[in-house]
Design a protein around this ligand. Structure first.
Ligand SMILES: NC(=O)c1ccc[n+]([C@@H]2O[C@H](COP(=O)([O-])OP(=O)(O)OC[C@H]3O[C@@H](n4cnc5c(N)ncnc54)[C@H](OP(=O)(O)O)[C@@H]3O)[C@@H](O)[C@H]2O)c1
Length: 306
């Protein structure tokens, strides 16, 4: 949290919001807030599901900010607060910044930002522009996107952390071909966070990167839970297997999200959506049972055979 609100004030805000009636229900019909997991380096709790904002932000010129406002409202009402961002053209990020500064959630959001331009000064300029357009003196998490010019940018991120511009620093990848390079960097630098692609349809990070993150005490955000939508082309027209009920799964979206959340090294999964009903579906994945190792193997085989 970037502001000084305390836990009681935070709970008052979220409890008030839950009166809107959108908080998911648990198996006993009681309203429950999103589960949290600890960031290993500080033990700070983070809700297990966040918003990947790419699509909704890039659509601002065509669709305005209403879809974004709706999915963030839904996330916050469920007790979520993680929003992943990346630098976009200035007019778009100015509009997005106003959304992030909405008084309903400005003080509770955990905003992760990135730099993605090669060159030391270009990266520093991106950091300063993001802080200015998002109206935030302190970014919760600052990452080098897709390890672009990582050797150059890492010292800037370390400086951003020590001078208070960012609370946590890390790197992202979204391509399995980059996992070896990511693992080497994790061993060398031990960042606070990594962001990596992992899902029931793209499970390779489970072999090396996720166990390494657990061993080194690195927090993990997951991207591409639905392979940017490609996963739904595989599952389209197919019935969920009956055994999905054994881990409280009622949709194909939850099928992948529950597979992801079943990995103990995962701190938070980012789901990208412009659709409030989809956000509600995705939030539901954080509640109820998760698949065990045997079930995960079965889930992976089912998707591989599609
Ligand atoms: N290198 C990097 O750092 C990097 C790269 C890729 C991604 N990321 C991060 O990860 C986030 C998510 O990853 P992604 O781009 O791979 O997207 P994704 O979450 O795998 O897939 C998004 C797509 O799934 C659809 N969708 C979402 N929930 C759904 C549901 N319940 N039912 C049906 N369709 C659903 C969305 O459409 P609707 O809008 O219709 O819901 C959208 O088209 C990004 O926003 C970004 O924050 C980072």
């Amino acid at each position: 949290m970037t502001s000084s609100i305390n836990r009681r004030e935070f709970l008052q805000i979220t409890t008030g919001l839950s009166l809107a009636g959108l908080l998911p229900f648990n198996a006993y019909g009681q309203q429950k807030s999103l589960p949290v997991r600890s960031i290993p380096s500080t033990n700070e709790p983070l809700p297990v599901l966040g918003l990947g904002s790419t699509k909704a932000v890039l659509q601002i010129p065509q669709s305005g900010t209403q879809p974004l406002l709706q999915v963030i409202q839904q996330l916050v009402e469920a007790g979520g607060r993680v929003i992943d961002t990346a630098p976009r053209p200035e007019p778009i990020d100015r509009e997005f910044g106003l959304v992030l500064q909405d008084a309903r959630w400005r003080d509770i959001l955990f905003v992760s930002a990135k730099i993605n331009s090669p060159g030391k000064q270009a990266g520093i300029d991106q950091l300063q522009q993001t802080k200015r357009l998002f109206g935030r003196q302190i970014l919760d998490l600052l990452q080098v996107e897709s390890m672009v010019d990582l050797d150059t940018h890492w010292s800037s991120l370390q400086a951003a952390k020590s001078n208070g511009d960012a609370r946590y620093i890390g790197v992202t990848v979204a391509n399995t071909a980059d996992h070896d390079r990511l693992a080497a960097f994790m061993r060398q630098a031990i960042p606070d966070f990594i962001q990596v692609n992992y899902s029931v349809a793209e499970p390779q990070a489970g072999a090396q990167v996720l166990p390494l993150a657990a061993e080194l005490g690195i927090a993990v955000q997951i991207n591409r839970p639905f392979m940017n939508g490609e996963y739904f082309q595989k599952t389209r027209g197919r019935e969920l297997p009956e055994w999905a009920a054994e881990f409280d799964c009622t949709s194909w979206a939850q099928f992948s999200l529950k597979f992801i959340l079943a990995h103990p090294a995962v701190t938070c999964v980012l789901t990208e959506t412009t659709n409030a009903e989809h956000m509600s579906d995705n939030l539901q994945a954080a509640f109820g049972r998760l698949p065990d190792a045997g079930m995960q193997t079965r889930m992976q085989s089912l998707i591989e055979d599609m």
